[in-house]
Design a protein around this ligand. Structure first.
Ligand SMILES: Cc1cc2nc3c(=O)[nH]c(=O)nc-3n(C[C@H](O)[C@H](O)[C@H](O)COP(=O)(O)OP(=O)(O)OC[C@H]3O[C@@H](n4cnc5c(N)ncnc54)[C@H](O)[C@@H]3O)c2cc1C
Length: 519
C-alpha cells in the first residue's frame, strides 16, 4: 500500500462535528476527508429541528439537563449532561458569530421551538426546518476561508492503521466515480467524525453515506464501543417509498400537528398522557404497531398549521411535493425509521477514545449524554461540544502548530465496489432482526446472517466496517435482557430497574461465542 506522511491532524468526515473541530483546531493544520462535496452527504445538513440550548431567561441549563436525564431512561451520565447543557448557550452565540442565521424575534431574542420531552421551548432554529442547512452553509464558508484547513473531497476512509498499539494513520481511497484501492495517510492524530449508523437499516432518514462505517472502522482497530444497542427510530419519516425516507420534523407535533390512522383515530391519546409529544421511542413504537396492523398512520398538519406548513417548514413541504403528497388536503403518511445512533465509539470527557492517537466526536461517538434515548435536538449540541473538546485535547497533545504542506494523494488503482446485494441484505436483516421491536430469536438470526454477509464480503473494507457495527448493535441488543429507552425487547418488555448500565463492548468480545450463550 502506498504511504504518505503528514503532520496535519486528519479529520474523517465533513459534517458538523468535523467542520467545527477543524475550525477550533486552527491554526493547527488539518486535513478534512469528505466523501462528497463539502457540506453534502452529512446528516448535519439535513437536520430540521435545530439545536437544544436554554436560551430563554426563564429556562435553565439545569432543566435542560434534567430533561436529558429523563429521556435517557436511567443511562445518561449526569455529569456529562450537566456540563454539556451548561455549554450549550456559548455554542449558539459562537455559531451566530460564525454567521449562522438563526431565527430571531423583533426584539433580537432567539425564536425557540418546543420539541418532544423538553419541558421548555428551547430549540434554536432557522426558518422552521432549515437549521442543519443554515448551520452547515455558515461553517463551510468559514472552513473555505481558513488557510490551515485542507479539504480532500471525493475521498473516504476505509480503515485505521496502528503502530505499537497507537493509531498512527488512516487508510483512504478515492470514492468519486468508483472506489479505488486505499493508500495510507500517516498522521500525528486522527479524529473520527463520520456520523451514525442509520443506513444500516432498510428504512432510515439518514443520508446514504451514513451507515456505521466509521464506528466499524474504529471497532475493527480494537476501540471500545459504548451503548451500541441504543438506536433511535424517528416516528415520523414520510412513508412514500423513497430511500432514504424524508423526515417530517418533530417540531410539527410541537406546533400541534396530530397523529391519526386510516380510521381517523387519534391513537396517541390513548398511549401516553403527552399524546403526540410523548418521548420519541413511545411514539415510534405506536407508529410501528399501527403500520404493522395495516392502519396507515399519518401526520395531520391541516388544522394546526394549514398553509403555514409551506412557509414555515419548506423542507417538509418540498419532500411531500416531490412524493406527490398534498399535506394541505390530506394527512402525511408516516413510518418509524432508523434515525440516530446513541451508541458509538466510547469517548471520555475530552473526546479521547480507548485507543491512543484516536479521538471521536458527533454521532460516531458515545459520550454518555444520550443514554438509551436521545432528547430531541441534543445531537447537534453534542457534536458542537465534543468537537471543540477534541480540538482542545488534540491541540494540547500536539503542542505548537507549525506549517504543513498540503497532502496530495497519488494515483490509485480501481478497486471492486462492495456488493450492493450484500448491502441490501444487511440492511433488511437489521430492520427485521434488530429494529423497533426485538427479541432473542430475531437477534440471533440477525447475527448469523451478519456473520454470513461478513464472510461473503471478503476484502471489501467499507462493507466489513458496516458488518462490524451491525454485529455490535445486534450483540449488545441480545445481551441487554430488558427494555430501556429506544431498546425494546418483546421478550423482556420491562426495564430491569430505574437505573440502567451503559454497555461497553469490543468487536472481539462481540464475536466471541459466549455472546450467543444467553439465547
Ligand atoms: C433528517 C435528519 C434530521 C435531524 N434533525 C436533527 C435536529 O433537528 N437536531 C439535532 O440535534 N439532530 C438532528 N439530527 C441528527 C444530527 O443531524 C446528527 O446527529 C448530526 O448532524 C451528526 O453530526 P456528525 O458531524 O457527527 O455527522 P454527519 O453530519 O452525519 O457527518 C458525517 C460525515 O462523515 C462522512 N463519512 C461517512 N462515512 C465516511 C467514511 N467512511 N470516510 C470518510 N467520511 C465519511 C459523511 O460523508 C459526512 O460528511 C437529524 C438527523 C437527520 C438524518
Amino acid at each position: 500500500m502506498q504511504r504518505i506522511d503528514t503532520t496535519r491532524v486528519v479529520i474523517v468526515g465533513a459534517g458538523l462535528g468535523a467542520l467545527y473541530a477543524a475550525l477550533k483546531l486552527a491554526p493547527h493544520p488539518v486535513l478534512v476527508i469528505s466523501p462528497e462535496r463539502l457540506g453534502a452527504g452529512a446528516s448535519s445538513a439535513w437536520a430540521q429541528g435545530g439545536v437544544a440550548a436554554a436560551m430563554d431567561p426563564a429556562d435553565s441549563a439545569e432543566a435542560h439537563a434534567s430533561d436529558t436525564l429523563r429521556a435517557g431512561a436511567g443511562t445518561v451520565d449526569p455529569e456529562v449532561a450537566r456540563r454539556v447543557t451548561k455549554e450549550a448557550r456559548a455554542h449558539i452565540l459562537d455559531l451566530t458569530d460564525l454567521g449562522t442565521p438563526f431565527d430571531r424575534s423583533a426584539t433580537g431574542g432567539y425564536v425557540l421551538s418546543r420539541e418532544a420531552a423538553h419541558s421548555f421551548a428551547r430549540v434554536v432554529r432557522i426558518r422552521g426546518d432549515q437549521a442543519g442547512a443554515g448551520i452547515t452553509r455558515a461553517l463551510v464558508a468559514q472552513v473555505r476561508e481558513t488557510p490551515s484547513i485542507q479539504v480532500l473531497e471525493g475521498v473516504m476512509a476505509t480503515g485505521l492503521h496502528l503502530e505499537a498499539g497507537q493509531v498512527s494513520g488512516v487508510e483512504v481511497a478515492r470514492c468519486a466515480g468508483g472506489l479505488t484501492a486505499p493508500c495510507l495517510l500517516r498522521a500525528p492524530a486522527v479524529l473520527l467524525a463520520g456520523g451514525g449508523s442509520g443506513g444500516l437499516y432498510a428504512l432510515t432518514t439518514n443520508p446514504p453515506r451514513i451507515r456505521g462505517e466509521v464506528i466499524g472502522m474504529a471497532a475493527r482497530a480494537g476501540a471500545v464501543i459504548a451503548d451500541a444497542e441504543f438506536v433511535q427510530f424517528h416516528p415520523t419519516a414520510i412513508a412514500c417509498g423513497r430511500d432514504p425516507a424524508p423526515l417530517a420534523t418533530e417540531a410539527l407535533r410541537g406546533e400541534g400537528a396530530i397523529l391519526v390512522n386510516r380510521h381517523g383515530e387519534r391513537f396517541m391519546a390513548s398511549v401516553h398522557p403527552d399524546a403526540e409529544l410523548a418521548p420519541r421511542d413511545i411514539v415510534a413504537r405506536a407508529i410501528f404497531a399501527q403500520t404493522r396492523a395495516g392502519n396507515v398512520p399519518a401526520l395531520d398538519t391541516r388544522t394546526a398549521l394549514g398553509t403555514r406548513l409551506l412557509t414555515d417548514f419548506p423542507a417538509v413541504a418540498s419532500a411531500c411535493h416531490a412524493a406527490g403528497l398534498d399535506p394541505l388536503r390530506e394527512p402525511i403518511p408516516v413510518a418509524a425509521a432508523a434515525h440516530y445512533h446513541m451508541g458509538g465509539i466510547a469517548t471520555d470527557a475530552r473526546g479521547a477514545t480507548s485507543l491512543p492517537g484516536l479521538w471521536a466526536c458527533g454521532e460516531a461517538a458515545s459520550t454518555g449524554l444520550h443514554g438509551a434515548n436521545r432528547l430531541a435536538s441534543n445531537g447537534l449540541l453534542e457534536a458542537l461540544v465534543y468537537a471543540r473538546r477534541c480540538a482542545i485535547d488534540i491541540g494540547a497533545a500536539l503542542g505548537t502548530p507549525s506549517d504543513a504542506p498540503e497532502v496530495k494523494l497519488p494515483e490509485l488503482a480501481p478497486a471492486a465496489l462492495p456488493c450492493p446485494t450484500l448491502i441490501g441484505r444487511l440492511r433488511q436483516t437489521m430492520t427485521d432482526g434488530a429494529g423497533v421491536i426485538r427479541d432473542a430469536a430475531g437477534l440471533t438470526r440477525a447475527l448469523a446472517d451478519i456473520a454470513e454477509i461478513t464472510s461473503e464480503a471478503q476484502a471489501a473494507a467499507p462493507l466489513l466496517n458496516m458488518t462490524a457495527t451491525a454485529t455490535l448493535i445486534a450483540t449488545a441488543a441480545l445481551r441487554r435482557e430488558e427494555s430501556r429507552g429506544a431498546h425494546f425487547r418483546a421478550d423482556f418488555p420491562a426495564p430491569s430497574g430505574p437505573e440502567g448500565h451503559r454497555s461497553l463492548l469490543t468487536l472481539a468480545e462481540a464475536r466471541a461465542p459466549r455472546a450467543l450463550e444467553t439465547t
